[in-house]
Design a protein around this ligand. Sequence first.
Ligand code: MV4
Length: 461
Amino acid sequence: MKHRFQNPYANNMFKKILIANRGEIAVRVQRTCREMGIKTIAVYSTADKDSLHVRFADEAVCIGPPPSKDSYLSIPKIMAAAEITNADAIHPGYGFLSENANFAEVCKDYNIKFIGPDAKMINSMGDKATAKATMKKARVPVIPGSEGLIDTRESGKTIANKIGYPVILKATAGGGGKGMRVLWQESEFDDAWDSAKAESKNAFGNDGIYLEKFIEEPRHVEIQIVGDQYGKVIHLSERDCTIQRRHQKLVEEAPSPILDNRTRKQMGNAAIKAAKAINYEGLGTVEFLVDKHKKFYFMEMNTRVQVEHTVTEEVIDRDLIKEQIKIAAGERISGKSYEPQFHAIECRINAEDPYRNFIPSPGKITAYHTPKGFGVRVDTHAFANYVVPPYYDSMIAKVIARGNDREEAIARMSRALDEFIIEGIKTTIPFHKQLMRNDQFRSGVYNTGFIDTFELVEEEE
Ligand code: MV4
């Protein structure tokens, strides 16, 4: 019999939450629910029948075959599971349906609380040109560019000439780099326009394009915010996510090695202003690009909990999932914004071969030993003899090391990675080990292009 704390919250706290996700985030949300005395319902595809989130749940419902579109992305199946189990809220995690406005709307129709902002807010941030216009109006710094979508290629060229090359074309439905084109001179415009349009239409069914000045060698710094249902918004400090490969984050840390206190304050205030402008409810992240002169610009807003929320948890010592659930249940935020108290770094451990272009490496994990000890946290759903299915995201663990400063956090991460034993599949552990020893990484001075130039050395494990 599992021990359960009595639900100590007000009468309107949820009694049962359905977690519409899998993997480490499903386990992460379950942990907080259990501590809060809230029952959990897992949903799973047949590929995940033996997974940890199914074992940890109070109830579990199979929602279909392995392909996501028939299981974790199927709104009818998830709503049916919520109905038969009597869930009073749904936590969407990240990915899958977490930023699907239609799903949020359907939850509302079923009188089940979607743990996140309402459909209107998801939509307003999901369309990037609209989001940018909203932020500009709220006087959050945005990158110079077109006012909204570009109608014709000729008007696009006129705007590009006015702001000056290099410029970047972006898909309004985009994110993740799809439909994005960098142009260094006007002669490239026609081809880039045609291919960006075609790619966006194909990927999103929406070929709306806008244009911006291209910021060279930027850093990606984001502010975690949280807003309650009564208009209060605070920020929970920043995360630096500059270490990315093909728009996939590999390492995140807080505080950012490049932010001074003044810029941190300004960015935090800008993020609060952004969230307040849209009456934001829930956990959210305001992403900024930071240029060489430390000027920052609004890029996108994510209306979900992110993979890297753990980094923030470690530096401010707060459970963000708990805050998210409390706000969804109607509690008020107490207190003010947070400053980082520690330094934390997260390495994403993926079932991928870093020596073979990071190709996925699903299969059976034959040995599994996670790092432990002072200042080390591992969030994972994997275990010895677990089979990593080929159908989903390849992330199998997150290692988070906390220290009093960046140097200590890096040293601690390095030793944690040395302790991590995973046999049977390839993982990104060797990549992270070498990165932690890299002089440029250790200097803290690099930009989003860093990983393209980072050369992995073939090593005996
Ligand atoms: C940019 C940019 C430079 N200038 N916008 C990448 C994905 C999408 N969210 C926006 N992205 C970028 N937008 C302007 N005006 C460079 C990127 C970019 C990038 C941004 C953050 C982290 C990694 C990146 C890698 C390549 C390009």
